[in-house]
Design a binder for this molecule. Structure first.
Ligand code: PLP
Length: 428
């Protein structure tokens, strides 16, 4: 069933470390061979052995309209014909920036980069440059990309591989990263007691990299109050949740207004794009307007901007989209829960818009400690069983799943039926 993929993986292994260009893709935590993809279409992925899967990974979030959406494809092809990159300004950048500024009350200005990692790294530098302070507060289990100062207890990839921090990151850098517990305000207050040099708190307001763990509203409000009291900035990392949980990400759910926001994934419609934005007086500190340096040869790439613009246009013209996707996500999670209950398997779920998550855990999950108390062996069995039945789920117990507009109610039903079979298999 996976013969060609097995060969392809072996061949890749000879030339690429671990055979992959991003660690979680290697299937290390669930076992087996990662299917090598030939192509995608709508809701489906097709591997090189000819297997077809309902895709709940969506390139880890970006593809909210599924694979090969016609309008996005058309916008990309048109842009390609005009040239791949200029290293000079285009109107496309302004158009996409204007869309974001119009949508997000928290964002007056925005700068484009090439990945979420880059967006967060740059936002942190800006927060430090603006406040003149050095320390940052991050939460265990939150992932903000792989830049040095953020590779401290960083969820999914890092946890999966049992290396919460990485060799190659000097302790001199991470000593400025204070670690707090998600949904635990007291742990953040302690950080402010320990340091009077805190530039910012960075948080995934809907955590998606320790499984799906939403933040409590009072918690977010508490963070905002602490930041105001101590002249620190609040950064929402909405690389995953932006344009995913709601059109305006977590900011469509919480009343709390962050000082800076980072974007990625959906904003590029499948092309490599990241962005960070925020209050005008903070963004004015950024080079060339201000002294905080940041740059990129391919930043604001016209092809990527065109894909992002086409995606945003579709998202905005579709006011009921998030409710529909959310309903499908809820139906899927309700189905998985029922399948687990039928076999007395401990299980808990969460949904935020088109994002869904589940843990093999009897208790609700509020933070990284809770998440890590889940049964990852059961997850691995579940993942394998579902894959064999044509259901493509993220290959780690600490990831979030995504519904695309191409996924139908029938596909949800098919997935739930598969879950019943697999849960029975696990129990048996
Ligand atoms: C994926 C992700 C990143 C990193 O983005 P890359 O494009 O992979 O560099 C940062 N923050 C969050 C919340 C993410 O989900």
């Amino acid at each position: 069933m996976f013969e060609k993929s097995e060969l392809a993986f072996k061949e890749a292994y000879r030339y690429i470390p671990g055979g992959v260009d991003s660690p979680v893709r290697a299937f290390s935590s669930v076992g087996g061979t990662p299917p090598f993809i030939d192509h995608g279409k709508g809701a489906y992925l097709y591997d090189i052995d000819g297997n077809r899967y309902i895709d709940y990974v969506q390139s880890w979030g970006p593809l909210i309209f599924g694979h090969c959406n016609e309008e996005i494809e058309k916008a990309v092809v048109e842009a390609v014909k005009k040239g791949l990159s200029f290293g000079a300004p285009t109107e496309l950048e302004t158009k996409l920036a204007k869309e974001i500024v119009t949508l997000f009350g928290s964002v007056d200005k925005v700068r484009f980069v090439n990945s979420g990692t880059e967006a967060v790294m740059s936002a942190l530098r800006l927060a430090r440059g603006y406040t003149g302070k050095n320390d940052i507060v991050k939460f265990a289990g939150c992932y903000h990309g792989h830049s040095d100062s953020l590779l401290v207890q960083a969820g999914s990839g890092a946890v999966t591989f049992g290396a919460p921090s990485s060799p190659g990151v000097p302790a001199d850098l991470t000593k400025h990263t204070l670690l707090a517990r998600y949904n635990d305000l007291e742990s953040v207050e302690k950080c402010f007691r320990d340091s009077d040099d805190i530039a910012c708190i960075i948080i995934e307001p809907i955590a998606g990299n320790m499984g799906l763990v939403p933040a409590d509203e009072e918690f977010l409000q508490g963070l905002k109050a602490l930041c105001e009291k101590h002249n620190a900035l609040l950064i929402f990392d909405e690389v995953m949740s932006g344009f995913r949980a709601t059109l305006t990400g977590a900011q469509g759910i919480t009343e709390v207004v962050p000082d800076l926001v980072t974007f990625g994934k959906v904003i590029g419609g499948g092309m490599p794009v990241g962005a960070f934005g925020g209050r005008a007086d903070i963004m004015a500190k950024l080079s060339p307007e201000g002294p905080v340096y940041q740059a990129g040869t391919l930043s604001g790439n016209p092809v990527a901007m065109a894909a992002g613009l086409a995606s945003l246009k579709k998202l905005k013209s579709n006011p009921t989209l998030y409710v529909e996707l959310g309903n499908r996500a809820k139906r899927l999670m309700k189905g998985f829960q029922a399948a687990a209950n039928a076999e007395d398997i401990p299980f808990t779920t969460a949904v935020r818009g088109s994002m869904f998550g589940f843990f093999f855990n009897a208790n609700p999950v509020k933070n990284f400690d809770d998440a890590q108390a889940s049964d990852t062996e059961m997850f691995a069995k579940f993942h394998q069983g579902m894959l064999q039945r044509g259901i493509y789920l993220a290959c780690s117990a600490y990831e979030t799943g995504f519904i695309s507009s191409a996924i139908s109610d029938e596909m949800i039903e098919e997935s739930i039926m598969a879950a019943y079979e697999v849960m029975r298999e696990i129990r048996g």
